[in-house]
Design a protein around this ligand. Structure first.
Ligand code: CDP
Ligand code: MG
Length: 680
């Protein structure tokens, strides 16, 4: 019978493809097994396990790529450290690293992600009750400590990439130092790629440090003869020089952030199109923190004609990218900087340290001899700082203090930090929290506002904005705003299409400012992706609709110079924070068309960042007295509004404020009298 024949054939096909699949999977498993066995760390497995058994606090130092992050948790699992339902928890300073490493380790273990091996980062949790090896960001483990101060579900806590000295790593180390003695039978491991383990060892009372011998091939370092005026342009020239002159090998370029990476990606694509067909195959792969995880993994996929990896300093040590032969290092990094006198945090682009430059060039010599092109003269290298200043010394501490307070650490000045932030910075941040209403007169967390703020995984000023918004009846709008402010640049403006992109952005622009403009973009995207009134709900329709709306969304993004990646990320964040505020019992309502109400809420929330127009055309920030200008990307650029609130200050040649909304000066004294009477 025909149908039986058909059935029969289908089954055979299935069997064949299954066999093919099996043999592929077998080859892949074999490849992974060989890769793992050849890692420098494989030969010291037993010794490492012994060291962990012997010491409650252990420091492990090893060259990037030696296998610390992926292998050590597996060693500990197999040595029985995960008995009685306990887990190994590994922190990473960066989201991308937590995700990519967890995926890799799940594959190495032959399990599905989220089962034995999982990850958890802010706004994205892939773990379950059976997860025993859990990768997470350092910030997330700090949050867990709020609910479980002894981190008792972990038999081993591994603080990885400790040399990065992020503010969360430093606080976590302080916390763990406090509780380690009470963490019965629990282990603490600190891992670092920097050879100098002394600082960690001394902090933990002379803790044992072990070194893993790495393998490094020679890397030729090349410098430019003269300083480069435009490092992006210099990087582009170098990329094409390598692409056209050298035969094989992937290129890794260190850039400072998402915007820069995406701009270079577009410029590279454009120049590739001008080359002869045979030279056009260069797969560009961006990699930065806020990149969605499926795209992060592209860096590990094969590209026969070569990868061009455009990365932030993530690729210095956190993520080991295989196959890199050429490194292009412009010598800059985006870093947080905090001025306690003015209470102002800003992102600035600064030269890397010597340690960073060395880490970067090292990436070229993992699998064979390589080359590193430093886009500055050799004499400049000598002038670089030896190592990067720990983040805790250059950031606003409000967030950290809020968390420490929530953990019951009331005496911030007496807290045993690995490196103490300045007294001035602590005082200023306490003042900041006090102004936001998070602290009482005697510096305790206020009830309920302070406690609510500590529960939200956001900057304190955003948490406060959400709490206030529920009183101003515009929480729906504020949720969107906070989500959009939490992602990188929603609009992009390619240099060569500046006018076009500005015209496109005008369709969303609100004369009141950027916050409402961001809401307009979000709602327009939501309409495209979700409005489906015209189709009946069936599974098939759903699929068709999804595919269609994705396509429409992509085209819409392109036409309007909108970064689809950022908007999707914002939608994700939105749904998560919405969950949090619902749990907290806040009322989610919309102010509808009454944007006046929303702007008043912005003024009440961001009053610390308000600025007034000066006769000569600049603005003066109230709190700090600094002279600032509205950033060219703002819809209020070159407008004549008198008084504004803003969210961010960036410093290039000028001091710019970004994400700006028009308010009435009088609102400030009405809505934030505690600040505006204090100032006068
Ligand atoms: O932590 P460490 O820098 O010592 O090394 P690792 O991250 O454990 O990486 C060990 C090896 O795994 C490297 O050779 C990487 O290329 C490889 N790896 C990979 O193929 N895919 C990943 N997602 C992560 C690592
Ligand atoms: Mg690592």
């Amino acid at each position: 019978m025909p149908s039986m024949a058909q059935n029969g054939r289908v089954t055979t096909d299935f069997k064949q493809s299954n066999q093919a699949h099996n043999s592929n999977a077998f080859a892949r498993r074999e490849e992974i097994r060989q890769q793992r066995e050849s890692l420098p760390i494989a030969s010291v497995k037993e010794r490492l396990i012994e060291e962990v058994k012997k010491h409650d606090v252990l420091i492990i130092v090893g060259e990037t790529g030696s296998g610390k992050t992926t292998q050590i948790p597996q060693f500990l699992f197999s040595a029985g450290f995960c008995r009685e339902g306990k887990s190994v928890g590994i922190t990473q300073p960066r989201r991308v690293a937590a995700v990519t490493v967890a995926k890799r380790v799940a594959e190495e273990c032959g399990v599905e992600l989220g089962q034995k091996v999982g990850y958890s980062i802010r706004f994205d949790d892939r773990t379950s009750g059976v997860t025993r090896i859990k990768y997470m960001t350092d910030g997330l483990l700090l949050r867990e400590a709020l609910l479980d101060p002894y981190l008792s579900r972990y038999s081993v806590v591994i603080v990885d990439e400790a040399h990065e000295r992020t503010v969360h790593t430093d606080v976590l180390l302080g916390l763990l130092k406090n509780v380690q003695k009470a963490r019965l039978k629990s282990k603490l491991i600190i891992m670092s790629a920097s050879l100098d383990a002394r600082v960690f060892s001394e902090y933990f009372g002379g803790a044992r440090a072990v070194h893993i011998q790495g393998r490094q091939h020679p890397v030729d370092i090349l410098y430019t003869l003269y300083p480069e005026k435009d490092y992006v342009d210099a990087a582009l020239v170098t990329i094409f020089q390598i692409h056209l002159e050298e035969r094989h090998g992937d290129i890794l370029v260190f850039l400072t952030g998402q915007e820069e990476i995406e701009a270079v990606e577009r410029l590279v694509q454009e120049r590739l199109r001008q080359l002869p067909e045979s030279n056009r195959k260069l797969v560009t792969v961006p990699i930065f923190s806020s990149l969605p995880s499926e795209q992060q993994m592209r860096v590990f996929m094969p590209a026969p004609d070569g990868h061009l990896v455009l990365a932030t300093n993530i690729a210095e040590t956190s993520v080991t990218i295989p196959g890199i032969k050429f490194v292009i290092d412009p010598g800059f990094v985006k870093a947080r900087s905090y001025d306690p006198a003015k209470g102002m945090e800003s992102l600035i682009i600064i030269p890397t340290s010597k340690a960073q430059a060395l880490q970067r060039s090292g990436r070229a010599g993992r699998e064979g001899p390589g080359k590193c092109f430093r886009l500055y003269p050799e004499s400049e290298f000598e002038k670089l700082e030896d190592s990067t200043k720990p983040e805790i010394k250059r950031c606003n501490l409000a967030n950290v203090i809020l968390q420490l307070k929530a953990l019951g650490v009331d005496d911030i000045f007496g807290f045993d930090f690995i490196e103490k932030p300045s007294r001035a910075a602590i005082v200023k941040s306490l003042e900041h929290l006090f102004l936001l209403g998070a602290l009482t007169d005697d510096c305790k967390l206020s009830d309920p506002v302070g406690h609510q703020m500590a529960r939200l995984p956001l900057d304190p000023i955003y948490s406060k904005a959400l709490i206030l918004a529920s009183q101003f009846n515009c929480l729906e709008e504020m949720l969107i705003t906070v989500a959009m402010l939490s992602v990188d640049s929603v609009f992009y403006a390619p240099r060569e299409k500046l006018d076009e992109s500005r015209t496109a952005a005008k369709c969303f622009a609100s004369p009141d400012g950027d916050h409402i403009t961001l809401i307009n973009v979000y709602r327009a995207a939501e309409d495209l992706l979700e409005k489906r009134k015209w189709v009946p709900h069936t599974e098939r329709n759903e699929k068709i609709f999804k595919a269609k709306s994705e396509k429409i969304f992509k085209r819409w993004c392109k036409e309007n110079f909108i970064n689809g990646r950022s908007v999707r990320h914002a939608r994700d964040i939105h749904s998560q924070i919405r969950g949090h505020v619902e749990q907290m019992g806040l009322r989610i309502t919309s102010c509808g068309d009454d944007m006046l109400q929303f702007r008043r809420c912005l003024a009440a929330s961001f009053f610390i960042n308000a600025a007034l127009k000066q006769p000569e055309g600049n603005y003066r920030a109230f709190g700090t007295g600094q002279v600032v200008q509205i950033h060219p990307s703002s819809v209020l650029f070159q407008s004549k509004v008198e008084c504004v609130v803003f969210n961010e200050m960036v410093q290039t040649t000028n001091k710019y404020i970004r994400n700006v909304t028009r308010i009435e000066y009088m609102w400030l004294t009405e809505l934030a009298p505690h600040y505006y009477t204090m100032q006068s």
